[in-house]
Design a protein around this ligand. Structure first.
Ligand code: UFG
Length: 349
């Protein structure tokens, strides 16, 4: 029998791609989302792409009774937890909302898991937990810090999961409990791109905060020009440098992490990045080539809170999960453009 995985935040950008990757890896998926930052249309697209009826319930992960109901109705063997707010800037103006949703949701889901004896958990963490990097590439044992509430919620989330694992090992030594918690904290670098079909992709509400969706909307004519935030960084062309990773590679990383939790004891914390890095102007040039459109831009002052450069050492993920990224920047831009040009106004056009 296929193990059933609960996917929270299931209709979001990364989760919807992960839904397909998990099905491809032999898992049954139950999705939950409250559509606070996604569209129900995603379910139609998933039905079409997987040729299966998506098993889905609309609920908020902070709703304890709703989470309890999910565990009663479905034979859940593991959880992949995406549901969270993710905008750095917004987190500084709405800190309570970020703590309530990101920490409250995590506690709600883990509480229901604990009550039902389900202890395999994959957590969406972020490279933001490394704060201002002292050394590059970033290894998992680099110092951790947070400079905004969003980053704090990721740091705290990782800590909560370590505490859960530690509490279990104490209880296990005393012979009091059964299986121990097994968690995978996945520290994402910069997810971009879209499914090769062009049917699902990133559909931010309002003006995009992140680089590639902004560039995509310039290419398709929805936005006039990109603001390049800073050209005076200590990088080869002076613009910010990041480790962009194709969302389909990232989704496969979740399937690999889950497989590991089913096959071996213990918990893991790994980077999901490519180990390669590109500047803002590299991305602009690659996107112009993929789309055949000119990407107008102007240089603006640095964005507060931005770091100059950030990229992963992806070695540990390869060693522990047998996973590494496959798709290059050209593919990221081509797939993003296919999605953007086929769905110029996103899911709800
Ligand atoms: N940038 C621009 N113009 C824009 C948007 C971004 O020049 O309109 C630049 C930024 O200054 C940066 C690069 O493009 O140099 C990437 O910016 P993104 O906003 O796409 O991504 P960040 O690296 O700033 O943030 C991402 C995630 C965060 C996460 C962070 C660290 O969005 O959630 O990585 O892991 F916290």
């Amino acid at each position: 029998m296929k193990p059933t995985v609960l996917l929270t935040g299931a209709t979001g950008y990364i989760a919807s791609h992960t839904w397909l990757a998990l099905q491809g890896a032999g898992f049954d998926v139950v999705g939950v989302d409250d559509f606070s930052n996604s569209s129900p249309e995603v379910l139609n697209r998933l039905r079409e792409l997987s040729d299966r009826e998506p098993v889905f319930e609309r609920a908020n992960v902070c709703d304890e009774a709703a989470m309890e109901g999910l565990f009663r109705r479905h034979p859940i063997a593991a959880v992949v937890h995406f549901a969270a707010f993710k905008a750095v800037g917004e987190s500084t103006t709405r800190p309570l909302a970020y703590y309530a949703n990101n920490i409250g949701g995590l506690l709600g889901v883990c509480g229901a898991m604990q009550r039902h004896g389900v202890k395999r958990f994959v957590f969406s963490s972020s490279a933001t937990v490394y704060g201002q990097p002292e050394r590059l590439p970033l290894r998992e044992d680099a110092p951790l810090s947070a400079t905004n509430p969003y980053g704090q919620t990721k740091l705290m989330g990782e800590q909560i999961l370590r505490d859960l694992g530690a509490a279990d090992s104490v209880a296990t030594e005393g012979g009091a409990r059964g299986a121990a918690w097994q968690t995978a904290c996945l520290r994402y670098f910069n997810p971009v791109g879209a499914h090769a079909s062009g049917r699902i992709g990133e559909d931010p509400r309002g003006v995009p905060n992140n680089l590639m969706p902004y560039v995509a909307q310039v290419a398709v004519g929805r936005l006039a020009r990109l603001s390049v935030y800073g050209r005076d960084y200590p990088t080869p062309d002076g613009t910010g440098v990041r480790d962009y990773i194709h969302v389909v590679d990232l989704a496969e990383g979740h399937a690999a992490a889950l497989r590991r939790l089913f096959e071996q004891a213990g918990s893991v914390t790994v980077n999901l990045g490519t180990g390669r890095s590109y500047s803002v102007l590299d991305v602009v040039a690659a996107y112009a080539k993929a789309s055949g459109r000119e990407i107008a831009y102007e240089v603006k002052p640095r964005r507060p809170g931005d770091i100059a450069a950030c990229w992963a050492d992806p070695t540990l993920a390869r060693e522990l999960l047998g996973w590494s990224s496959k798709l290059d920047l050209a593919r990221m831009c081509e797939d993003s453009w296919r999605w953007q040009s086929m769905n110029p106004k996103g899911f709800d056009a």
